[in-house]
Design a protein around this ligand. Structure first.
Ligand code: HSE
Length: 340
């Protein structure tokens, strides 16, 4: 397509999600060009070891190959050990920075600095890493507004589940009275396997093999990943300035056979004063609950509203690619607006 719009992308973080995004680009850049009139050009990719930059565009397939062999720093001819994200970002001429480094709930780094730098240099940001939003949602949103760029985070609310669009856009005008959510795939998977009689350790190892567990799996099994998603949901959909410390969090590591069957649930319950009570922990669901029978690799959410009643969405995800697909939908939404 002669008049396809070229969009330069910097991939900051090349773990399972970043790699999956590059895989999607490698597989279907031409199809995306045909369908959306956009040519997605990855101009920088950085992992923990180093990175590679070429403002003219890197070969997404070679990036994936280099990563499988160890690091994107091994990209033929151009990769550099020790190349840092900020240098790569500034050399990349990227229009959109994709932030997919590991979650660090202590200080949000390195993701928080990546997002601040990208926004304040006039770049759109698409983020899969929850920590910067959990720790600095209002600041980052106002930074994006100040620089007239987009900050998209639909990949932080349960993999590919369109939680944000449903809650913030499609239920506009409704009062959300309660949210029930299975937003952490790993703990749902582990509890489902334990409910079926399997040991905790076996299920956790399998979640790690499937690349759905966090780099530090305590974030999953102690409830912090689900709580992080609830914080982002509360800020972005319920419009309350919730923080992690506002959530009562219980993990699944202490459970014994006698406690089962249980499902790891995040709940937001609207109070008469308009605020919400937020909690995350294992719950016994009634048989008729819309999330009671989700298969092991699923996530799901139910919005209970005054005008349209309960509305539920679920997904079955076998690995990190659906989260990368959520980043792609954010990228395409930015592109669609730019093209208008
Ligand atoms: N560790 C997360 C999960 C990955 O298990 O759901 C997606 O945020």
């Amino acid at each position: 397509m002669a008049d396809a719009m070229r969009v330069r992308i910097a991939l900051l973080g090349f773990g399972p999600v970043g790699r999956s995004f590059a895989e999607i680009v490698a597989d279907r850049a031409s199809e995306l060009e045909r369908r959306y009139g956009v040519w997605l050009s990855i101009t920088a990719a950085v992992d923990r070891t180093g990175g590679v930059v070429d403002p003219d565009g890197l070969d997404a397939g070679l990036l994936v190959q280099a990563k499988r062999a160890g690091s994107v720093a091994g990209y033929p001819g151009k990769g550099r050990l020790g190349l840092g994200s900020l240098e790569a970002l500034s050399l990349s001429h990227a229009d959109i920075a994709l932030e997919a480094t590991s979650v660090n709930l202590k200080d949000g780094e390195p993701g928080l600095t990546h997002v601040r730098m990208a926004l304040s240099s006039g770049r759109h940001v698409v983020i899969a890493n929850k920590a910067p939003l959990v720790l600095a949602y209002p600041e980052l949103l106002s930074l994006a507004r100040r620089y007239g760029v987009a900050l998209k985070f639909s990949a932080t609310l349960g993999g590919s589940l369109p939680t944000y669009n449903l809650g913030a856009r499609d239920l506009a005008g409704c009062v959300i009275e309660r949210v029930d959510a299975i937003l952490n795939g790993t703990s749902h998977y582990i509890l489902s396997r334990m409910n079926a009689g399997d040991p905790y350790e076996t299920a956790l190892r399998e979640a790690q093999r499937l690349e759905i567990a966090e780099r530090d799996p305590r974030l999953d099994v102690e409830g912090w990943d689900a709580a992080s998603k609830l914080v982002i949901l509360a800020n972005s959909i319920l419009n309350i300035p919730a923080r992690l410390e506002d959530i009562a969090v219980t993990g699944i590591t202490h459970l014994g056979r006698e406690d089962l069957p249980l499902t790891m649930l995040g709940v937001a319950l609207r109070r008469p004063d308009g605020g919400y009570t937020l909690k995350v922990g294992p719950e016994r669901l009634s048989q008729d609950h819309p999330l009671a029978h989700l298969p092991p690799l699923s996530m799901g959410i139910v919005f209970h509203t005054d005008l349209v009643g309960p509305m539920a969405i679920t997904v079955n995800e076998r690995g990190p690619k659906p989260t990368a697909a959520a980043m792609l939908r954010d990228v395409l939404e930015i592109v669609r607006k730019e093209k208008k």
